[in-house]
Structure formats: structure tokens, C-alpha cells
Design a protein around this ligand. Structure first.
Ligand code: FPP
Length: 244
């Protein structure tokens, strides 16, 4: 188990965002159906949540299903939805035990009504927990999130609840699904792909990126530690100059 001593002296990112990639290839390598990879991938989310929390990470945001993922074969979408629905159900039971606070980001109105109800229940039950803040991106796309935010903002503008002069980055952030959540310090993408895939585009303006060839179901606590070490090798300047 990761303990703080293994990482002594290292700065732990407050917020880690992860693109869980490679479930399908992981299964294919084992001559198993893709859906088997998703089952193992979803189990790994739980392991990595625990490891991250033990390390001192406060926010973890995982990309579970994108607005583009609907174009996958129907049976794969169905399996993923079932897995996510079960995951949310287990989360309702586990959230108090783990003191975890869960929030779903993305446009949940396209999900079936029972899933939406489960999401609302989960968010409500866990709202006052003080442990790991887990954000699950579900039917999430960053461009879609920005457009939804902009539309809500325009409604407030029409109602004269806000004025043009008030609109700045801070105010706009409050219309995003990630309201009140600090921007990610570190992004991890597994499976060797090096792109953002419409993930947290606004929020990751100054995030450090860590790409690894490890496929998501194999991504271990040790891999998470490697990512944190990489993060520590970077000097974050946020567009400014090096000190000294
Ligand atoms: C990534 O691998 C898989 C997805 C983006 C779909 C579903 C994610 C899960 C089942 C993880 C579950 C998450 C939670 C919160 C329980 P891929 O299918 O893109 O793999 P490939 O690139 O090898 O085809």
C-alpha cells in the first residue's frame, strides 16, 4: 500500500485527472472480449481511488464516458452503462464507509432516468463527506460543458442577474460542471495515446501531462507514484518566469 514515506519530500498534486484508456486492448491481448477489459478497468478505478487518497490526493477526476463514446457498438455502450450504473450503486453503499464525496460531471440528461436518480442520490448522500473528492465524467465533453455553461450564463445575463462587466474567468468557472473544484495539477493518460480527447479543456490550461504506455486495467499504485514523481520533476511557472 502506498504510504506517505515512499513519497517523502515529494509534493502531492491536489487534483489528478485521469483518462482511463486501453481497456479494449488489454482484453484483446488476452483474447478476451472488449467488455471484459471494461469490467477490469472499472475495478481498477476503485483501487486507484484508494491509492490516491492514501497518498494525500484530494481530488480525482476520471473520464468514464465521453459524449463521443455513444458511437461505439450498441452492445459495448450497453455494457459500459451497466458497469457504470453498478458502480454508482456500489458507491452509494461505500461512500459513507470511505468518506468519499462523489460528483458526476457531464450532461446527465441523456442517461436513463434511473441512472440520473442514482446520481442525484449519490451526490446528495456524499455531499458532506470530507475524504477523497471523486469526479466521474459521464457523457462528458469539454466543448459541450463550455456551451452549456455559456447558455446558462446568457440566461442569467438576460435576467440581468449578471452584467457584461462582471464576466471574467472566475465567474465563467462557476458555470462549469467543475464549479468549486480546483483545476487539475496533473493529467494522466494511459495506453500510449497523447491527446486530450475533449477532456477538461478549460480546466487544464496549466496542468502537467503524464502519458504512459501502461493499459488502464494494469495501471497500478506504483504507476501512480511514478506519475507523481514525474510531476515533481516539473517546474510549474503558470506562464511566469523561473525563480532565481
Ligand atoms: C477506455 O478504454 C474505456 C472507456 C473510456 C470506457 C469505459 C470506462 C470504464 C468501464 C471504466 C469505468 C469507470 C468507472 C468510474 C467505474 P478503451 O475501450 O478506449 O480501450 P482501447 O483504446 O484499448 O479500445
Amino acid at each position: 500500500m502506498a504510504n506517505k514515506n515512499d513519497l517523502e519530500g515529494l509534493q502531492i498534486p491536489e487534483h489528478i485527472a485521469i483518462i482511463l484508456d486501453g481497456n479494449g486492448r488489454w482484453a484483446k491481448k488476452r483474447m478476451m472480449p472488449r467488455n471484459y477489459g471494461h469490467v477490469q478497468g472499472s475495478k481498477n478505478v476503485e483501487r486507484i481511488c484508494r491509492a490516491a487518497y492514501n497518498m494525500g490526493v484530494k481530488y480525482l477526476t476520471v473520464y468514464a464516458f465521453s459524449t463521443e463514446n455513444w458511437s461505439r457498438p450498441e452492445d459495448e455502450v450497453e455494457t459500459i452503462m451497466k458497469l457504470l450504473n453498478n458502480y454508482l450503486k456500489d458507491c452509494i453503499k461505500l461512500t459513507t464507509k470511505n468518506n468519499m464525496k462523489v460528483r458526476v460531471i457531464g450532461n446527465i440528461s441523456r442517461l436513463d432516468e434511473s441512472m440520473q436518480k442514482r446520481i442525484r442520490e449519490l451526490e446528495e448522500i456524499s455531499a458532506s463527506n470530507t475524504g477523497l473528492n471523486l469526479q466521474v465524467a459521464l457523457n462528458y465533453g469539454s466543448r459541450d460543458e463550455i456551451l452549456r455553461a455559456m447558455k446558462r450564463m446568457m440566461v442569467d445575463y438576460d435576467k440581468k442577474a449578471i452584467s457584461l462587466d462582471e464576466i471574467d474567468e472566475t465567474l465563467f468557472s462557476e458555470y462549469l460542471d467543475t464549479k468549486d473544484i480546483p483545476d487539475p495539477d496533473l493529467l494522466i493518460r494511459t495506453s500510449g495515446e497523447q491527446r486530450l480527447s475533449n477532456y477538461l479543456l478549460w480546466q487544464m490550461a496549466y496542468t502537467e501531462f503524464y502519458f504512459t504506455n501502461v493499459l488502464w486495467p494494469d495501471f497500478s499504485e506504483k504507476d501512480l507514484e511514478d506519475a507523481v514523481r514525474y510531476y515533481n520533476s516539473k517546474e510549474r511557472r503558470f506562464g511566469g518566469l523561473t525563480n532565481g
